[in-house]
Design a protein around this ligand. Structure first.
Ligand SMILES: [Zn+2]
Ligand SMILES: [Zn+2]
Length: 263
């Protein structure tokens, strides 16, 4: 049992063979279309022939002929009902014939003129036709002159309070010194800078001992590291000092109360 598609192909091949297998206009055997002969009055649809009885098929084949793709297209555009050189054929059907092409050109020119007239009537500026594009010369970057650097002018001179040694020592934080002597010299310079002079009771040796006791410096191999892990602000230092004082007072009070209770 042949499938519907196989039946269709078989019957179509049969129809083409019965019609001579050539374009009725040019004799081409390529891309053949089965179309009604001109002047056929009987109403039927070509795509419905295939399911008809063999006798009917044979009769309808005689009312059709073959056209190649190009001639079939030409025939389609030359149907009696399509009026060429008119809006429907030219714009809606997009007919490729010369008459319709001319009609499209004329129509668009007329519409352009109408729009220009309407713009002129409305007092709008007339549109200039787009200028033909000229290729731009490639841009050449001009060498950029370096900007003059603003000259630095200090607007504010900060005065350093004389006993803010912790903050001043921050400049030495993390630096490695090749020897203890070098470290002492650095400390000396820092302290001299901000204190004016090193307190005479604390000589350089004494100063180093104090720093070690406060864990500000630590020997590391042949060098010495200054450790100031958390630098405190003046406010923090003041708060801590007040807290220790308060604690000391509280201790003193507690001690005196103990003494009073014993009495
Ligand atoms: Zn042809
Ligand atoms: Zn046309």
């Amino acid at each position: 049992m042949a499938t519907q598609l196989e039946t269709y192909h078989a019957r179509r091949a049969e129809a083409i063979a019965s019609m001579g297998g050539r374009c009725a206009d040019c004799g081409s055997t390529e891309n053949l279309h089965i179309v009604k002969r001109p002047g056929t009055t009987e109403k039927f649809t070509v795509s419905n022939i295939w399911s008809r009885e063999p006798v009917t098929r044979a009769r309808l084949y005689s009312l059709c002929h073959l056209l190649c793709g190009e001639h079939a297209k030409a025939k389609m555009w030359n149907k009696g009902s399509l009026k060429h050189g008119a809006y429907w054929a030219a714009y809606k059907k997009k007919c490729p014939c010369e008459t319709c092409e001319v009609y499209r050109k004329e129509n668009s020119a007329k519409r352009r003129a109408d729009r220009a007239a309407a713009r002129a009537a409305a007092g709008l500026p007339t549109r200039q036709p787009p200028k033909p594009k000229t290729p731009k010369p490639p841009k050449v970057k001009a060498p950029v002159a370096p900007r003059p650097r603003p000259t630095f002018r200090p607007t504010e001179v900060r005065t350093v309070r004389p006993f803010n040694v912790v903050t001043d020592l921050a400049h030495l934080n993390g630096r490695k010194f090749p020897s203890v002597i070098a470290l002492r010299e650095a400390l000396k310079r820092t302290l001299q800078k901000h204190l004016g002079s090193i307190p005479p009771a604390n000589g350089p040796d004494r100063l180093y001992d104090i720093l070690v006791q406060n864990e500000w410096v630590a020997p590391l191999g042949n060098s010495i590291i200054i450790k100031l892990p958390s630098l405190k602000s003046d406010r923090q230092i003041w708060q801590e000092r007040r807290e220790t004082e308060r604690q000391a007072n509280a201790d003193l009070l507690a001690a005196s109360e103990v003494l009073n209770a014993q009495d």
